[in-house]
Write a protein that binds this ligand. Structure first.
Ligand code: SAH
Ligand code: SF4
Length: 359
């Protein structure tokens, strides 16, 4: 029988640590070491009694994630590839100040985080799902991406988007636990309004998210304004169709008194017609949602392509005509394979090829 897996100390909340370490103030000392001083072992927590350090080391793991590759691009977007302790690869992207990004002020540094290894949802344009789903990330593995990127880059991150590999809402409990640690004053201390979850449209979880108290922002990956078009590129649309999804969005908006953002990748001759733009404008208008247009980023092995710049501008104009707030985002970091899951896929291919060569 294998030993039971231990919980990682960075997956615990302050109140849970209070139940583990007495007296009361010890828990605060531990979170200070973890998130303020950022040590890498229990041994470094020098103001804790030796016996407590030994007990913690015995009962909890203290994992870290290793940086495998860092790629920088001309516009200083940097991509980080990490190896988890079980060998799996995940990635995060550090995006420099960008005025149009999720309504945040322009001086913010944003990190795009992964929540799963691979993805089960198999959207036809996305690299993350090409290899299927492997596993959920633990809360500490989500939190560690931020700390590792801050350590590597020397920059402080103040905006978080869950738009890396995986479907965040399919890993709901670990995601929420990580967000609480990211948000807490004793943790990373980033305001909920600076945290955005992107989802491909998991209707029950969107409703659940609307019920929890934090003012986290929501971005919904629409990518098609009718069931026909959306269903062709996003298999999840068969489970939760557009009307069910838009109803859940409406519930979220009214419950949280918050505007959502629609993500819409523009793919040539798939979803870039004037009719789609008009339907999208109707959906956005009725929900008072913003729209973020993203030209499709080429993925090796997939045959799609982005529309011409003129077609992109035309789509934007049709969308804006009835007064919808929309931006056309140049895909930052295009040159470093920034769309989700691509760097991991490339690295896996290279590693696989070198294993073949070695064998
Ligand atoms: N699973 C979640 C979050 C991760 S994907 C979701 O789907 O929303 C984050 C964003 O990257 C999504 O909007 C997704 O559609 C987009 N994306 C995926 N592949 C892309 C590509 N090839 N080009 C541009 N954007 C892409
Ligand atoms: Fe998964 Fe999102 Fe990629 Fe779809 S777009 S396969 S949900 S990561």
């Amino acid at each position: 029988m294998s030993a039971p897996t231990r919980v990682d100390v960075k997956s615990l909340h302050l109140d849970e640590l209070r139940g583990i370490a007495q007296p009361f103030y010890r828990a605060g000392q531990i979170t200070d070491w973890l998130y303020k001083k950022r040590v890498n072992s229990f041994a470094e927590m020098t103001d804790l009694p030796q016996a407590l350090r030994a007990k913690l080391a015995n009962d909890f793991s203290f994992d870290k994630i290793d940086v495998v590759r860092v790629l920088g691009s001309t516009d200083t977007t940097r991509k980080f590839l990490f190896r988890l302790s079980d060998g799996n690869l995940i990635e995060s992207v550090l995006i420099p100040a960008s005025p149009a990004l999720y309504g945040s002020p322009s001086d913010r540094r944003t990190i795009c985080l992964s929540t799963q290894v691979g993805c089960a949802y198999g959207c036809k344009f996305c690299a993350s799902g090409l290899d299927g789903w492997k596993r959920n990330l633990r809360p500490d593995e989500i939190v560690n991406q931020i700390m590792a990127v801050e350590e590597q880059s020397g920059e402080r991150i103040d905006n978080i988007v869950f738009m890396g590999m995986g479907e965040p809402l399919a890993n709901y409990d670990n995601l929420m636990r990580a967000i609480q640690i990211i948000n807490a004053p004793w943790g990373i201390s980033i305001g909920a309004r600076h945290i955005t979850i992107s989802t491909s449209g998991l209707v029950p979880q969107i409703r659940k998210l609307a019920e929890q108290p934090l003012q986290i922002r929501l971005a919904v990956s629409l990518h098609g304004a009718t069931d026909d078009v959306r269903g062709r590129i996003m298999p999840i649309n068969r489970k939760y169709n557009l009307s069910a999804l838009l109803e859940a969005c409406r519930y979220f908006t009214s419950r949280k008194k918050q505007r959502i953002t629609f993500e819409y990748i523009l793919i040539a001759e798939v979803n870039d017609s004037d009719e789609q733009a008009r339907d999208l404008a109707n959906h956005a208008h009725s929900l008072d949602a913003k729209v973020n247009l993203i030209p499709y980023n080429n993925v090796e092995g997939l045959d799609w392509s982005p529309p011409s710049p003129d077609r992109q501008k035309r789509f934007l104009a049709v969308l804006r005509a009835p007064g919808v707030r929309a931006t056309l985002r140049r895909e930052k970091g295009d040159d470093i394979a920034a769309a989700c899951g691509q760097l991991r896929l490339q690295t896996q291919k290279v590693e696989h090829a070198s294993r073949l060569l070695a064998s």
